[in-house]
Design a protein around this ligand. Structure first.
Ligand SMILES: [Zn+2]
Ligand SMILES: [Zn+2]
Length: 200
C-alpha cells in the first residue's frame, strides 16, 4: 500500500521547534530550541523571561544596547532544561543563533546545529554569523541551514498535514472541502491560508 511520506527526523524536530517557538514571550523574536540525542528529545526551550517573572508580552521589553535582556534565549533554556548529557547531541533551532548561544551550545557538547528560517542570513547577524561559523568550524560542529526561507518552513507543515490527513492521521476525517472554510474563518489562521493539498 502506498504510504504518504512522513517527515524525516530533522523535519520532525524542526517542526517541534517551530511549534515551541509559539510559546516565546518576547515579540522581538519568538525563537526556540529542541535538543536531541539518538533521536530522543533531551531538552527544549523558547525565548522567555525567568520563570515566575513578568514577560515582555506582559510588561514590555527591557532594552540594553539594542538587545532585550528580559528573556533567556531558547538555546539557553533548552540547555538549562536538559535531562541528559548533551555531548554529541543535535540542536534544532528556530531563528538565528546568537554568538552567546553558539558558544553555549558548543560548550555543552552539541555536535550538530540545524536551523529553520532565514534569520541567520539577516545582514544584522552577519558579523555574529561569521564568528559563529568560525567557532563551529574550529570545534568540528556541523551547521545545517535546513530551511532557507519561511516558505520552506511552511513546506514542512504542508508535509505534516498531508500525512495527518491520510490514513490514521488526526485530520483523516476532516473533509477536504471544509478546510478552506475553516481556516480563513478562524482567528487562529492567517487570511489566505486556504490552499489544501489536492490529494489530502
Ligand atoms: Zn523582549
Ligand atoms: Zn541566543
Amino acid at each position: 500500500m502506498k504510504q504518504i511520506e512522513k517527515p524525516n527526523w530533522d523535519e520532525t524536530f524542526l517542526i517541534e521547534a517551530v511549534v515551541l517557538s509559539a510559546r516565546g514571550s518576547c515579540d522581538r523574536l519568538r525563537a526556540a530550541c529542541v535538543l536531541v540525542k539518538n533521536n530522543r528529545i533531551v531538552g527544549a526551550g523558547y525565548n522567555g523571561s525567568v520563570s515566575g517573572t513578568p514577560t515582555c508580552d506582559e510588561v514590555g521589553h527591557h532594552m540594553k544596547e539594542n538587545h532585550c535582556i528580559r528573556t533567556l534565549h531558547g538555546e539557553e533554556n533548552a540547555i538549562l532544561n536538559a535531562v541528559a548529557d548533551l555531548n554529541g547531541a543535535t540542536a534544532y533551532l528556530v531563528g538565528a543563533p546568537c554568538t552567546d548561544c553558539v558558544r553555549r551550545l558548543l560548550q555543552a557538547g552539541i555536535k550538530r546545529i540545524v536551523n529553520a528560517g532565514d534569520l541567520y542570513k539577516n545582514p544584522s547577524y552577519a558579523k555574529d554569523s561569521a564568528f559563529s561559523q568560525q567557532l563551529m568550524k574550529e570545534k568540528g560542529v556541523e551547521f545545517v541551514q535546513y530551511c532557507e526561507t519561511v516558505e520552506e518552513v511552511l513546506g514542512l507543515f504542508a508535509k505534516l498535514f498531508k500525512r495527518l490527513c491520510g490514513p490514521g492521521g488526526i485530520f483523516q476525517n476532516v473533509p477536504t472541502a471544509t478546510w478552506p472554510r475553516l481556516l480563513p474563518d478562524s482567528d487562529y489562521f492567517p487570511k489566505g491560508l486556504t490552499e489544501t493539498p489536492s490529494d489530502c
